[in-house]
Design a protein around this ligand. Structure first.
Ligand code: SF4
Ligand code: SF4
Length: 149
């Protein structure tokens, strides 16, 4: 009874979710974030190492080449398609550890529950970090005109 009375007098630790969001530890493994560099370019260079390291085989990537006209990432290639299937992801963090460019990290997003499995397949656009406010704009030059015209 002494424990009960002691607990009755101590302040409540109940979080008023969703009015007040829970606190997360720095290393909490939530929904992934695809990071950008300081210039706003995507850090992912489509090397497929994260997909190879994933034990649940839930990362799907399609690579494409950067060109002089369109530069998406700082490397030769970028991920044109980058999907993670959260029906299968076990939040093990192996993809984060495998990434050589720190392009993929775990964020603190946790509200992933859904009645529809299709909505648990996140696309690159769902995970991409916003462009930093002080990023230098990426210069996209005009494509050279076709000589046949
Ligand atoms: S956290 Fe683990 S299971 Fe989820 S995508 Fe990364 S490697 Fe795969
Ligand atoms: S997220 Fe990292 S490991 Fe995965 S393809 Fe992109 S650069 Fe490679």
């Amino acid at each position: 009874m002494s424990v009960t009375f002691k607990e009755m007098m101590s302040p409540s630790l109940t979080e008023e979710y969703p009015d007040k969001l829970p606190r997360f530890e720095e290393r909490y493994r939530g929904k992934h974030v695809l990071q950008r560099d300081e210039n706003g370019l995507e850090k992912c260079v489509a090397c497929f190492l994260c997909a190879a390291a994933c034990p649940a085989d839930c990362i799907y990537i399609e690579a494409a080449e950067n060109t002089e006209q369109v530069r998406i990432s700082g490397g030769e290639r970028y991920a044109k398609v980058y999907n993670i299937d959260y029906n299968r992801c076990i939040f093990c963090g192996y993809c984060v550890e495998a990434c050589p460019t720190d392009a993929i990290t775990h964020g603190h997003g946790f509200e992933l529950a859904s009645y529809h499995t299709a909505s648990l397949i996140m696309r690159k656009e769902d995970m991409l970090a916003p462009v930093p406010p002080n990023a230098r704009p990426v210069i996209v030059t005009e494509a050279p005109e076709d000589a046949s015209h």
